[in-house]
Design a protein around this ligand. Structure first.
Ligand code: PEP
Ligand code: MG
Length: 756
């Protein structure tokens, strides 16, 4: 006598597994499966429909309906009751199916006599691969346990479909299991650079191998232990002081906590185990159903929560499997490209940098903490790639173009060839630049230019030797403050600054004091929202209004520079009086250090950024009190042209090589020359060969830039004649045009200057 599935679903599952493992044809196994299911559920009919490429549901096997209809009867998604189940990805349980408004009669199946129907979607990763349904002649409402049992059967079928056992993947509708086509997406170009590599999921997905449990009690215990571990790890994350280091936002973490404590979720997991699944299979089944439900919503908030739940289910699976939370512990492939929804800076630093070639995120912004670290360690990063995790599988080939913010997943051979060629050119150039590492940056007519690094984190320091930089021209001290979640202690600050000085040895390091505010926000410092934060309460304005933080930092700098030269530079100075006040704070800290018997720096130089145009009109007075100036052309351009530096629509609107801007720069250089004080440039333009040549032509002899700028700029300088450049530019500074770029470029070409 057949045992009812509701009575003993585990027995049914075991029989299913036995049939699946037989070595007969897929069709034969399917035919036997439907018979088995029908018998166990005391149904007269059991049918399996699978979604064909093109989106039609095809009858693949049946017990009870007309066998001739197999592979002939078809329904569109949404058509009839079977199509309805597939479209809505939810079960139907109908005692009187024929009275349902969506009922469609398929004459070829001979289903006229059957009154009741219960069908469930065959789901995987929240996508519907088909439908399995049972029917009876009499009116019958299948009970909850029977619906559950059929859902579990559907999950087992989903695994068979996904394994390509029943139908070739190419014949299937393009679903999540057909992630085999090229996929291209545009995101945000966050960190420059190009890579071809292999996808590594930052948070690995657990592949559920064992679906059917031997001992449900043991599975329940496994689930309970994993749930407890999950809850406490989520609580830890929510409460963590280092939350920002993890990369998840408070909102996401709160959603995790809510789901992790949701009793409905737990009940469903336990019920799924009750139907004979292992703990991990139960998680997968419930997750697939929940995801299918949430993804039907058009509300972006709910769809976003579906992702949260995916992440959480994944974490739970990793707890069940006893795996660590990220892929950092595993051996990475040679060309690893990390893919994640979000990532924190500390997590990024856990990876083996030699093997990490790029990062692609669904979230992320240029000022996110992970972006700051990725930039510092020179890893290209593309962010804001929507639907990335739905499309990607570990091991997929991926091309990342951080210059334009594009990714190509499973790219075709022509894309790979094009990027390989690009990488070869880059590699060849790198070799040329490396060969110049120990050569001086001197023009053909003998003018020497100091090429310095912009830095800020400990991970930047090795670039000093790698690039052969002359020193650090801009140490952005706010970066370490931005990637931790509490104020770095005096000791930690001192250590970091001392490390920078140690790494530089004889080479100068210019420490810029905290440039906070604007887009540089600290998680632990509350700043009121401002209408124009770039022009708001930021940088030296905060430091002068609340001097404790600056004094604390100056104290650390003085201690770190004991017995050596200390160069301090103040950001966003708009008038001489601000510089005088800032310098007074430095003097006060020096006096304090002397009083307590500290070893003082051997010499102290105090300078200022020039990034607010007003300061350019106070130069003689400024230069009487400042030891040096550095032009911060990023902000200077933004205020000079009243053009937001972060707005991509304005990115190319004004040019640093415009005659007006160059004239302004020239006036600063001339004033500094008269005062006998050095002037440098540390904005992004300093690291671009053409712009760097223009600056040299105007008389700049110190540039500070990102590490990858040093090679190309040095190559350009070594092939240029500064006198000729000066003559060319000086003649054109009154030009009424938009920019001298094109003219300067053709001048360089004529002169045989190597612009890289
Ligand atoms: C600048 O404004 O040019 C500069 C170097 O500072 P930051 O980019 O850190 O604002
Ligand atoms: Mg600036």
């Amino acid at each position: 006598m057949a045992t009812s599935a509701a009575g003993n679903p585990r027995l049914l599952l075991r029989r299913l597994r036995d049939i699946m493992q037989e070595r007969t044809s897929a069709q034969d196994r399917l035919d036997r499966l439907v018979t088995l299911i029908a018998n166990n559920m005391v149904a007269e009919v059991c049918s399996i429909y699978l979604m064909r490429a093109g989106g039609e549901l095809e009858l693949f096997a049946t017990e009870g309906l007309n066998k001739d209809a197999v592979h002939a009867a078809r329904l569109k998604k949404g058509e009839g009751l079977i199509g309805d189940i597939a479209l809505n990805a939810r079960p139907l349980n109908l005692p009187d199916a024929q009275s349902h408004p969506n009922f469609v009669f398929l004459p070829e199946t001979g289903e006229a006599p059957f009154q009741s129907l219960m069908g469930v979607p065959i789901l995987r990763d929240g996508l519907c691969l088909g439908v399995v349904a049972v029917q009876n002649k009499t009116r019958r409402l299948y009970d909850e346990e029977e619906v559950e049992a059929l859902q579990t059967i559907a999950m087992v079928l989903a695994e068979m479909v996904a394994s390509g056992d029943l139908i070739a993947p190419t014949e299937l509708e393009e679903t999540g299991i057909r992630r085999d086509r090229p996929w291209r997406a545009k995101g945000a170009a966050i960190v420059d650079g190009v890579a071809i590599g292999e996808v590594v999921l930052h948070e690995p997905r657990v592949k559920v191998e064992r679906l059917i449990a031997e001992d449900p009690e043991a599975e329940r215990r496994r689930l309970d232990t994993a749930i407890a571990a999950l809850r406490s790890s989520v609580d830890e994350m929510v409460d963590a002081e280092d939350m920002d280091l993890l990369g998840d936002t408070k909102e996401v973490l709160e959603a995790y906590r809510m789901f992790a404590n949701d009793s409905g979720w737990l009940v469903r997991l336990r019920e799924a185990i009750g139907t004979g699944l292992t703990a991990e299979a139960a998680v997968e089944r419930v997750q697939s159903e929940t995801r299918a439900r949430l993804m039907r919503h058009t509300d972006p908030y709910l769809r976003e929560r579906a992702h949260d739940l995916d992440d959480l289910a994944n974490r739970l699976l990793r707890h069940i499997a006893g795996l660590s939370d990220t892929a950092a512990g595993a051996l990475l492939p040679e060309n690893a490209v990390l893919v994640a929804r979000a990532m924190g800076p500390a997590e990024l630093l856990d990876y083996d940098r030699a093997r990490l070639k790029a990062i692609v995120l669904e979230e992320g912004s240029p000022t996110s903490h992970v972006a700051i670290v990725a930039r510092a360690i020179g890893i290209p990063l593309v962010g804001r790639v929507e639907h990335l995790l739905d499309q990607v599988d570990p091991g997929n080939q991926i091309v990342v173009d951080g210059e334009i913010g594009e990714v190509h997943l499973r790219p075709g051979p022509e894309i790979v060839a094009a990027y390989r060629a690009k990488l070869e050119v880059i590699a060849q150039r790198e070799q040329e630049y490396a060969a110049l590492r120990h050569e001086p940056a001197v023009t053909l007519d003998g003018r020497s230019v100091a090429l310095n690094l912009n830095a800020g984190l400990a991970v930047d320091l090795p670039h000093l030797d790698e690039t052969g930089a002359a020193g650090i021209g801009l140490f952005r001290t706010e970066l370490p403050f931005m990637i931790t979640t509490r104020l770095p202690s005096l000791r930690r600050q001192t250590e970091l600054y001392a490390r920078a000085l140690d790494a530089a040895g004889e080479r100068p390091v210019v420490f810029r004091t905290l440039d906070l505010g604007g887009d540089k926000v600290l998680p632990y410092m509350h700043l009121d929202a401002e209408e124009n934060p770039a022009m708001g309460w930021r940088a030296i304005r905060i430091s002068l209004d609340r001097p404790a933080l600056l004094r604390y930092q100056l104290r650390a700098l003085i201690a770190a520079a004991a017995g050596r030269t200390l160069n301090v530079m103040f950001p966003m100075i708009a008038e001489v009086a601000e510089f005088v006040r800032a310098r007074a704070l430095l003097d006060r800290e020096l006096k304090r250090a002397e009083k307590v018997g500290q070893t003082l720096p051997a010499s102290v130089r105090a300078g200022t950024m020039l990034e607010v145009p007003s300061l350019g009109y106070s130069l003689p007075a400024l230069l009487a009190v400042a030891d040096f100036i550095s032009l911060g052309t990023n902000d200077l351009m933004q205020f000079f042209f009243a053009s937001d530096r972060g707005n991509p629509r304005l990115g190319d609107r004004y040019d640093a090589l415009s005659p007006a801007f160059l004239r302004f720069v020239k006036s600063v250089i001339d004033a500094a020359a008269i005062a006998g004080k050095p002037v440098a440039v540390c904005g992004e333009m300093a690291g671009r060969p053409l712009e760097a040549l223009a600056l040299v032509g105007l008389g700049i002899s110190s540039l500070s830039m990102q590490p990858h700028g040093i090679g190309p700029v040095k190559q350009a300088i070594r092939s240029a004649d500064s006198n000729k450049l000066a003559a060319f530019l000086n003649q054109r500074l009154d030009d009424p045009g938009h920019s001298l770029r094109a003219a300067l470029k053709s001048f360089c070409e004529r002169q045989g200057i190597n612009l890289g």
